[in-house]
Design a binder for this molecule. Structure first.
Ligand code: AMP
Length: 180
């Protein structure tokens, strides 16, 4: 694209908004919505999130509810891959597979349509933020259960101090911005 990578990363860092004590006391929430407001910056971010996987023969992009959808959809289009939403329980209409997981603030479960990913698929998992890695790990378990391969993960933001990467050991994990 037009701007060089470090310029885009600086601009992203300036644009992402910290919201203190959301959704509960002690959490500094990384609000990515200001990035979405800036069409050029959003496009640059998608481009950089896709770059490590351009030659990875990705056939499915798995996007995690809800902000993962916002990044997963354009990434899937850019890679020419199918888009698979992973959602909170009860949201997907057809038959699903389900996994329980823990996250930075509470615990939950995720579901994926049982026929959305097939053995032989090469899957890229997308979310906005990697925090403790519980959500991403759960997504990988869902994908792995189908017999497909998890080719890697791509995040806009990694909260390094929460050590989510350790939970994804042995996986390819890419993130544009790191917060120590
Ligand atoms: P985790 O399972 O702990 O890695 O949490 C990741 C999920 O929670 C992602 O879907 C994020 O969107 C969300 N999340 C966790 N912590 C934050 C944070 N500090 N700011 C924004 N989103 C977060």
């Amino acid at each position: 694209m037009i701007s060089d990578k470090s310029t885009v990363l600086d601009e992203l860092r300036r644009t992402i908004r910290d919201v203190n004590n959301f959704p509960k006391a002690g959490i500094v929430f990384k609000d990515v919505t200001p990035v979405l407001l800036d069409a050029k910056l959003f496009a640059e971010a998608i481009n950089l999130m896709v770059d490590p996987y351009r030659d990875a023969r990705i056939t499915r992009v798995v996007a995690i509810e809800s902000r993962g959808f916002l990044f997963g959809a354009p990434i899937a289009l850019e890679l020419g891959a199918g888009l698979v939403p992973i959602r909170k329980p009860g949201k997907l209409p057809a038959a699903t597979q389900r996994v329980e997981y823990a996250l930075e603030y509470g615990s939950d479960a995720l579901e994926m349509h049982h026929d959305a990913v097939q053995p032989g698929d090469r899957v890229l998992v997308v979310d906005d933020v990697l925090a403790t890695g519980g959500t991403a790990n759960a997504a990988a378990q869902l994908v792995g259960g189908t017999g497909a391969a998890v080719a890697g993960f791509t995040f806009l933001i990694e909260l390094d101090f929460l050590k989510g990467r350790q939970r994804l050991q042995g996986r390819r994990v890419e993130a544009l911005l790191h917060y120590a």
